[in-house]
Write a protein that binds this ligand. Sequence first.
Ligand code: SF4
Length: 458
Amino acid sequence: MTLTEKIMARASGKKSVQPGDNVWVNVDVLMTHDVCGPGTIGVFKREFGANAKVWDREKIVIIPDHYIFTADSKSNRNVDILRDFVREQGLKYFYDVIDDPDGHWAFDASKGQLKRQFGSNFAGVCHTALPAKGHTRPGEILLGTDSHTCMAGAFGEFATGIGNTDAGFVFGTGKLLLKVPETMRFWLEGKLQKGVMAKDVILDCIGDIGFDGATYRAMQFQGPGAKALNMDDRMTIANMAIEAGGKNGIFEPDEKTFAYVDVRTKANGTKTKYEPLFCDADDQQRFFYDKKFDLSKLEPTVACHPNPGNRKLAKEMSTVQLDRAYIGSCTGGKTSDFLAFAEVIKGHKVKIDTFGVPATPDVVRELQAMKMNTKTVWQVLEEAGVQMTENASCAACLGGPTDTFGRLNKPMKCISATNRNFPGRMGHLESQVFLASPYTVAASALTGHITDPRELLS
Ligand code: SF4
């Protein structure tokens, strides 16, 4: 069996499964956020009763992160709905925007977008917060009401996005009927050259198969190139499995995975025990597709408007003039992403409006503490003209209300370290978004046109 099949077999109490089987899996973690949480709660109460209790108050993780730093009152209200439900159910893991469990969230626009407006428990973007807070463990089943839940596959678990109706059912039962996907294997070998990042790897893979090339299939990343990647890089890659239509993305867990998970589960008091599963030998795994990718041959890559599979090389795109650059999101807002971005930016001035949105408050803290020579990384970015906000969230990654930080409110061309560029994704329907690595976004911010970062890094 492939790794996804092995995890699904164990979670459904079977010795083996094969693609196409429909199995009832026991869910280890169910995550929801401010956009889908209220709808999920509504489904749960409608189907299980107004006074029903969730199946396990320690297996639900609620992370407001999407439409948070906006004066839109309905969006603010969504966070209050989550808080009311958490209190009613006694849920253990709720990363609220405010500290008062009986309070109400209201973003204060008069304070501006840049300075922190969240309390001590806020965790930022759900997919980055889940591993950081110790909710991702090898061998488990993690479901979330968000398509990029597949990011947790970086930790050797089956992780996928589900709708509110399914999530409402999981709230009540802890189970879900899932069809076992076929597996596509991406065998990674070779070493990335200078200026090329994990983002380029996944943009290349998606470009190879198209934005629907893995529809309802597992994308299994294996090989020495996969093993050599750190956990942040694996997260970047697994996160974008859905951009090829993948049901999930998955890496085999190893000592790097265990070290990452063990530190964070202990630090956050979450469940520390888990039973990892590993890939079977090749003759025991059946793949729908199996292809080698030589990472040493990869070059900085861009997914052009209007979809993540529209692959081009950055060096071929220099005639595309840009209006905006954006770094942030679960895919591209980690500390390591900002460090790569700063490596290119430092000592220069950006030529176009450039927005930086850390994925989590921890990323903010790290960037404000880490030094590049005598200055903090945060200072380096601000002095280069990057508009950095402390309000870690999804922000303009998916547009949001019109006062959302960095939102494309008119037709414009934006290069972005985010993960999705379908029309209207970051705001205006006629804007164009070009997806790229933090290196490429930084180089393009400095020149005002799409730029191969190797020109500046060398
Ligand atoms: S940062 Fe973007 S992709 Fe990630 S969860 Fe938020 S909206 Fe979705």
